[in-house]
Write a protein that binds this ligand. Structure first.
Ligand code: F6R
Length: 324
């Protein structure tokens, strides 16, 4: 099946990301912040960069047609839309251009690709013809390379190597137990701050590939609100997935006990010493498992017709890019 094959091909997509971005530079050195503009499977790049750059540089992700007022000429904007036709992203890019902020475009084509060519904007051209969400490793590796070209070093060469090697190992494993766990009931992904982006990815992959509603809770914040909602026995069959980082494994063990009282719990410990490797290894597992859950549920993991419907609705409201 095509989706399975694309996920299994992630190590080569990631390697392609490094080479396509080799020469791409925004002509700005050491930006004050990185602003990632994008939606869905493209916008999640911002969440990953935010996690990876946590102790190095502020990363702000804009999943909206409105660019924040403070974005200026010392901030580097990464405008990411796999299709190049997402309205919220195109609207933000219009604002970026009118403010003169340095911008790098990451896309496989569409309107954004044409705009980048017309305006001679630095451009990372992604491989064409795959679902946007499956392009994550190429987007992430190319963005990291672009940032290196601006003097922002987030990952070491050994981190890329580790991520590639753990993705190769993850691709050959059997995830039958997790697939079984998530094939019925309502999935709830629980994780801690360091893996928030991965938790979000799991939720989104269960939505898009498995056609399941899903919820994400992130600790420590969830310990200050969400946890109270489980005090009475809840209606329904809840399937907790605890995505576990070594940094919070003690807490995860206690949470596993807590959630066992109200639903079924599976734990998934991500592998890798670098955060880059842990995020990508965990994302590949999310992709492969969510595709198999979709197959078990009798749906086509690839198609996302509700997103097409929503994009049509939005076009009716916002109009074509360039309209006002
Ligand atoms: C579909 C997917 C979606 C899209 C989103 C934005 O695979 O992942 O979440 O990413 O609708 O579209 P693009 O990525 O083309 O800007």
């Amino acid at each position: 099946m095509r989706m399975r094959k694309i996920y299994l091909d992630w190590p080569s997509l990631a390697e392609r990301g490094l080479s396509v971005a080799e020469e791409v530079s925004p002509g700005l050195f050491e930006p004050r912040s990185i602003v990632v503009v994008g939606m869905g499977g493209s916008g999640i790049l911002g969440d990953y960069l935010e996690a990876l750059a946590y102790n190095k540089v502020p990363v702000y992700t804009v999943k909206s047609p409105h660019l924040p007022g403070w974005v200026g000429d010392r901030d580097l904007v990464l405008a990411v839309s796999y299709s190049g036709n997402t309205l919220e992203t195109l609207r933000c890019v219009e604002q970026v251009l009118s403010r003169g902020s340095p911008v790098v475009v990451i896309t496989s084509g569409g309107r954004l690709g044409r705009l980048a060519e017309e305006r001679r904007l630095p451009l990372v051209r992604l491989v064409e013809g795959i679902p946007p969400r499956t392009a994550l490793p190429e987007m992430l590796f190319s963005a990291l390379r672009v940032l290196e070209n601006t003097g922002v070093h987030i990952a070491e060469p050994r981190d890329y190597e580790e991520a590639l090697s753990l993705m190769r190992t993850a691709a050959s494993r059997d995830y039958g137990r997790l697939v079984e766990h998530l094939s019925t009931g309502f999935p709830i992904v629980v994780t801690c701050n360091s893996l928030r982006a991965l938790g979000l990815r799991w939720k989104n992959e269960l939505n898009e590939n498995s056609k399941l509603p899903a919820k994400l809770e992130v600790y420590p914040e969830a310990g200050h609100n969400d946890i109270v909602g489980w005090e009475l026995p809840p209606p329904g069959d809840y399937r907790f997935l605890l995505v576990e980082d070594a940094a919070c494994s003690h807490l995860t063990s206690r949470l596993a006990e807590y959630y066992s009282a109200v639903g079924r719990v599976a734990r998934l410990a991500v592998e890798g010493s670098s955060l880059l490797a842990r995020l990508l290894q965990g994302s590949l597992v999310a992709g492969l498992v969510s595709v198999e859950v979709g197959v078990r549920r009798g749906v086509d993991p690839e198609e996302t017709r509700s997103i097409s419907w929503y994009k049509g609705v939005l076009k009716g409201i916002l109009g074509e890019p360039g309209d006002r």
